[in-house]
Design a binder for this molecule. Structure first.
Ligand code: RNT
Ligand code: ZN
Length: 416
């Protein structure tokens, strides 16, 4: 293998600080990253035609070649996955139903997703799921499951229930737990007089949604918080305190999205705090640039900190790692590849740290060594280990994957 020589040198260097790179690669091989389908078509889905994205989120850019049909989206995802090492799952939204039937969100059934299940079986991957509580006339008031209008509320309760049923079907068919993430855009542009009412209604509605029990082998639910959305700047019903409180009191998972906090607030430090009070955690790894902009994940300090908090004390075993970004200004397949590979690279870097030694220094109060060593390790040759991992997995090494994306762009995407 052409990456072996550099790998063996790196292996020796890591061995000197007590890190077994072979064992690290085995550990990395088993980490599953849930890739979000919605990067492939700017969160459009296939259920409704010409519907505008709502719910306070936005994709910007109109790079040519986005997927217009389930077949195109699956082909694009296959292309992306062929360029990414390790294990992946696919994260679907309800609006991605693959059916010719005219069916509304509250009447969706497992049969509308049969083709996805068939495909997932062929790919040997699991599926995750999300009810889609936006981009729909029933969400036009800005409130969905917390609406004061019972008809609106009931519609979304039915949709979430239908979604959980579909998720359980995924879990059963594919033999991997399907994580169902519930996110509601509910909120208001200006300051409401009553900030309690909508939260009470959301709480009661969620209790109704979760009153149907499913085997956790098949599906597990999470609730995602948010701080604000476009057009809902003053109030968000499903705030951090609401979602965390709900998750802890109901034995559900909390979903931390990297873009759903104030600009200087990070989720990495929340991981070890939240997991003291919930059994499992869901992450939406994203990159906020000044706001919840959902930029493609890059190898920045926060991504590394997320990885370190997952790896150092083994919280990764209790965390589902999902990605959530949508950039419509660059090649969408490249976006998936860049973001997913970066998540894996960050985990690799974290795994290549002699954590036990550093913790010992910390316990001894030797903060000088802690700082000196963590800084020195930053320039250790993790790139050689990464390249070897890619080659072992049969995916392109370095930037070679880009040639394949460019070729696919001229052969397939440019003809759409
Ligand atoms: C929105 C949330 C949510 C969505 C997806 C499409 O701010 O992050 O997770 O991005 O459900
Ligand atoms: Zn999210």
């Amino acid at each position: 293998m052409k990456t072996e020589k550099a790998y063996l040198l790196a292996k020796e260097q890591y061995a000197k600080i007590g890190v077994d790179t072979d064992a690290v690669l085995e550990r990395l091989q088993n980490v599953v990253i849930s890739m979000h389908c919605w990067q492939g078509d700017d969160v459009n889905g296939f259920l409704f035609k010409d519907i505008e994205l709502s719910g306070g989120i936005q994709t910007t850019g109109n790079y040519p070649g986005k997927a217009n049909t389930p077949e195109e989206l699956r082909a694009d995802i296959e292309k992306a996955m062929s360029l990414i090492p390790g294990k992946q799952k696919l994260n679907l939204h309800a609006i991605y139903a693959d059916t010719d039937e005219k069916v509304d969100l509250d009447c969706l059934e497992p049969k509308h997703f049969e083709k996805w299940v068939e495909w997932a079986k062929k790919m040997g991957i699991g599926l995750d799921f999300n009810p889609t509580c936006f981009s729909h006339p029933m969400a036009d008031s800005g409130y969905t499951i917390s609406s004061a209008d019972k008809e609106v509320r009931d519609f979304w309760i039915r949709h979430c229930k239908a979604s959980r049923k579909i998720a359980a079907y995924f879990g059963k068919e594919l033999g991997q737990t399907c994580v169902t993430n519930h996110w509601f855009p509910d909120g208001s542009k200006d300051t409401p007089v009553d900030k309690e009412g909508p939260r009470k209604r959301m709480m009661t509605a969620l209790d109704e949604v979760f009153s149907v029990e499913y085997d956790e082998k098949y599906t597990k639910d999470a609730l995602e918080s948010k701080v604000f959305g476009i057009g809902a700047e003053s109030y968000t019903v499903g705030s951090n305190e609401f979602a965390l409180g709900y998750a802890v009191s109901r034995g559900k998972m909390y979903c931390l999205d990297a873009g759903h906090f104030h600009p200087t607030e990070v989720i990495s430090d929340k991981i070890p705090a939240v997991l003291l009070f919930t059994d499992k955690l869901l992450l939406h790894v994203s990159r906020p640039v000044r706001w919840d902009s959902d930029h493609v994940v890059v190898m920045d300090d926060e991504l590394l900190a997320i990885a370190q908090n997952l790896v150092r004390t083994n919280l990764i075993d209790r965390t589902y790692i999902g990605l959530d970004f949508f950039d419509a200004s660059i090649n969408r397949i490249a976006a998936w590849v860049i973001g997913t590979r970066n998540m894996q690279k960050a985990l690799l870097r974290a795994m290549l740290e002699p954590t036990a030694n550093l913790m010992q220094k910390e316990l001894e109060g030797d903060y000088t060594s802690r700082l000196a060593l963590t800084e020195e390790y930053k320039t250790y040759p993790f790139g050689a280990v990464w390249d070897y991992f890619c080659e072992k997995n049969g995916v392109p090494v370095g930037a070679d994957w880009l040639d394949e994306v460019k070729a696919y762009e001229s052969e397939v995407l440019s003809k759409r």
